[in-house]
Design a protein around this ligand. Structure first.
Ligand code: SF4
Length: 409
């Protein structure tokens, strides 16, 4: 039974907005965002990155709109992009207006550096007239100085207050097609800020730990913040902010939602044991080889690589397909049932072949086609391994006898 999604708190209901074809909030699936690192004026280079991000799992991509060249680039990128495009705006109101002219599907405004109320209302009015949503993207590192002073720092309350003030300007011109982010590089601050925001607003929330840094620490920080909130039912869309190829951001976002059971698995989920003294093979090497060979198939399948047959098939019985090593042979199993025994150097090839057959014929058909002698062969290998490395290897019976003698009377 899949208990992942049902074990999380129910999603807090937010109003729904649409960024192009992607709905955010309400009962829409949590979406994944990332941001290009190319110059937006470089139309071909940016489109290439957008396609890579979409393939890795991004539902929406943001591009900077920092000058006229970028705005003109957006006009060409938007119609050719496979996913909706959001323009990222800092400081310059004219860039927000230019991005709207370019036909973007959404804007992100930073209230910390686009501060004049009349300019904010002008952008909101234009966005309202064109039906384009705006993200109020508050960032602890660029909080409005007045708010910073009033709250004595970039506290969770200060971040939410910044969003509230910006939202009030929008509402003055009858615009509420808004999502909100209150990001901080401190995971604890970010979690507290989003909890407050989810109480204060019914607008969709865009989650993220800002400036999380390079891998692997950046992934840990992003996951600690984003997953905590998602488990509490908070969050409608997300972005990992990594100092890395943005494809890693998109991939991480998608994988997080898949492992939480919040999005359907699109590709491979490789599970592998951590290895231990019982391992009969180099589990790390085989798992890596299997990961690259099976990823290329792009099948939504869960595959297990286990270092020994003693515990492997049982511990990974929930996997669609798996292999466990023993006595120079690999025991191929489907949902815990041994279907074939192959030589050790053919383990990865056997996994790839069986994964393709499962995709073509289905699990039941492959179980029906199993080698009926495989289970007995596997049982014999298991028994031999238990003899070699199991309780008997420690001469348990003799030791127990000696313990008893010492403790008698
Ligand atoms: S499956 Fe076997 S090798 Fe892997 S951790 Fe478990 S006992 Fe050790």
């Amino acid at each position: 039974m899949d208990v992942t999604a049902s074990s999380l708190s129910p999603r807090r209901l937010t109003r729904q907005i649409s960024v192009g074809s992607v709905q955010i909030g309400g009962d829409a699936p949590v979406s994944v965002q990332s941001m290009t690192t190319t110059k937006t004026a470089d139309v071909e280079g940016t489109l290439q990155q957008i396609y890579a991000l979409a393939a890795a799992g991004a539902d929406i991509v943001r591009c900077t709109c920092n000058d006229r060249g970028a705005a003109e680039g957006l006009a060409q990128i938007v119609p050719r992009s496979p996913v909706p495009i959001v323009a990222d705006i800092h400081f310059h109101v004219e860039m927000a207006l230019a991005a709207l002219e370019a036909g973007v599907h959404g804007l992100r405004l930073n209230p910390g550096n686009l501060r004049k109320p009349e300019e904010i209302k002008l952008v909101a009015s234009e966005a309202r007239d064109r039906g384009v949503p705006i993200r109020i993207g508050v960032n602890a590192g660029s909080l409005h100085p007045d708010i910073y002073a009033r709250f004595g720092g970039a506290t969770p309350e200060a971040l939410v207050e910044s969003a509230r003030i910006e939202l009030a300007y929008f509402e003055e011109v009858g615009f509420s097609d808004v999502k909100i982010s209150v990001k901080a590089s401190s995971v604890a601050t970010m979690i507290a800020a989003y909890r407050l925001a989810s109480e204060a607003f019914d607008h969709p929330l865009h989650l993220g730990v800002t400036e999380a840094g390079p891998l692997p620490g950046g992934l840990l920080k992003g996951t600690a913040g984003i997953a905590t909130l998602l488990a509490e039912g908070i969050g409608d869309t997300l972005r990992y902010s990594l100092t890395a190829d943005p494809v890693e951001e998109a991939r991480a976002g998608r994988q997080l939602l898949e492992v939480l059971g919040m999005r359907e698995r699109k590709g491979l989920d490789l599970i592998a044991c951590p290895s231990c003294g019982r391992a009969e093979v180099d589990v790390i090497k085989i798992a890596n080889e299997a990961q690259s060979a099976l990823s290329a198939l792009e099948l939504p399948i869960q595959v297990a690589v286990m270092g020994c047959v003693v515990n492997g098939p049982g511990e990974a019985r929930h996997a669609d397909l798996g292999i466990a090593a023993g006595k120079k042979r690999g025991h191929l199993f489907i949902q815990g049932q041994i279907v074939r025994v192959v030589p050790e150097d053919e383990m990865v090839a056997a996994l790839v072949e069986e994964a393709q057959k499962i995709a073509a014929e289905g699990i039941e058909a492959r179980l029906a086609a199993r080698d009926t002698s495989a289970e007995a062969e596997a049982a014999a290998d298991r028994a031999l391994l238990l003899d070699d490395k199991g309780a008997d290897a420690n001469h348990a019976a003799e030791r127990i006898e000696r313990i008893r003698r010492r403790t008698e009377g």
